[in-house]
Write a protein that binds this ligand. Structure first.
Ligand SMILES: Nc1ncnc2c1ncn2[C@@H]1O[C@H](COP(=O)(O)OP(=O)(O)O)[C@@H](O)[C@H]1O
Ligand SMILES: [Mg+2]
Length: 276
């Protein structure tokens, strides 16, 4: 039942190895956390083919937070799923820290999610039978990497997201906002180089939404993580360094925000002019 949750987190248990063959052999440190080039993805619906991504390219620098805005059904989730290897693009390349993702290998895609990427899902995807602490520990449990240092990191993150008093509770004992805060701790705990967030504030109240933006900004800045975040909220997009507008399968425009968060009118005007 939880197979989807597990595999989406890079927890396909049948594969266990170090992360080394995740990446091309000659990968080197870079200033680009993510580079997506000419990505194409179609879905077959009966006899018709639905072209969702039509040659989309986007980059996220190390330590940069990029927001994606676009109409519902424009392919935002498809893009994130192709980056994380949950889905496989038809054409195009994805590089994480200058290493090209090997889509043909399921093991490589699983290890990618386990070691390099933190994913924040719109509907949290917590495992109901695990406590808050166990859910956050999941990336370490799966890589069998559970040292006292890791335990301190879990405690620290639970404190950062304000859930340290709730660590023995189960997801059903939490509100939606609290579940999302736990899922953020889980996405950050293994210090991924790239965080993908799919409408992380879509199902939480405004106060929690703001805390989520603060946590994402602060912790990722500290760890030099690249963040790619889908949002419909101009207010939350304004926390990003850059906003990319996705329409008809490509990035049609972008807007530099320069950390001027809460400056939303220009974003709103852009959405209106692009008919998003
Ligand atoms: N697995 C799938 N099979 C068929 N169509 C899909 C699948 N996933 C997404 N789609 C379609 O692709 C389009 C883009 O979906 P999605 O990426 O979820 O959009 P967004 O996240 O921007 O709202 C939609 O029309 C959706 O119905
Ligand atoms: Mg979506």
């Amino acid at each position: 039942m939880y197979r989807y949750f597990l595999s989406s987190l890079g927890t396909s248990l049948e594969h266990d190895s170090n992360g080394s063959y995740l990446m091309t052999k000659h990968g080197h440190p870079s200033t680009t956390a993510l580079s997506v080039n000419d990505l194409h993805k179609d879905y077959q619906l009966g006899n018709t083919r639905l072209a969702v991504l039509k040659g989309l390219s986007i980059d996220v620098a190390v330590g940069e937070m990029v927001a994606i805005m676009g109409p519902s059904g424009s392919g935002k989730t498809t893009l994130l799923n192709c980056i994380s290897g949950i889905d496989i693009p038809d054409r195009g390349t994805v590089s994480i820290n200058s290493n090209t993702v090997e889509f043909a290998s399921e093991t490589a895609r699983t290890l990618l999610r386990r070691h390099q990427i933190g994913i924040i899902f719109q509907f949290f995807n917590l495992i109901p039978t695990l406590t808050v602490r166990e859910n956050v520990s999941l990336p370490f449990l799966i890589s069998k990497n559970s040292t006292p240092k890791k335990h301190r990191e879990i405690d620290l993150l639970l404190e950062i997201v304000g859930m340290n008093q709730r660590s023995d509770h189960y997801p059903f004992q939490l509100s939606g906002g609290e579940m999302q805060l736990v899922s953020i701790a889980r996405a950050l705990v293994h210090k991924p180089s790239l965080v993908l967030a799919d409408e992380p504030t879509g199902n939480v109240n405004p106060r929690v939404g703001r805390s989520i933006m603060e946590i994402l900004r602060k912790t990722t800045k500290k760890q030099n993580t690249g963040v790619l975040m889908v949002t419909h909220s101009s207010e939350h997009a304004s926390w990003a360094d850059r906003i990319c507008f996705l329409k008809e399968g490509v990035i049609v425009d972008e807007f530099r925000q320069f950390g001027q968060h809460d400056e939303v009118s220009a974003i709103y005007n852009k959405l209106m002019s692009l008919e998003i």
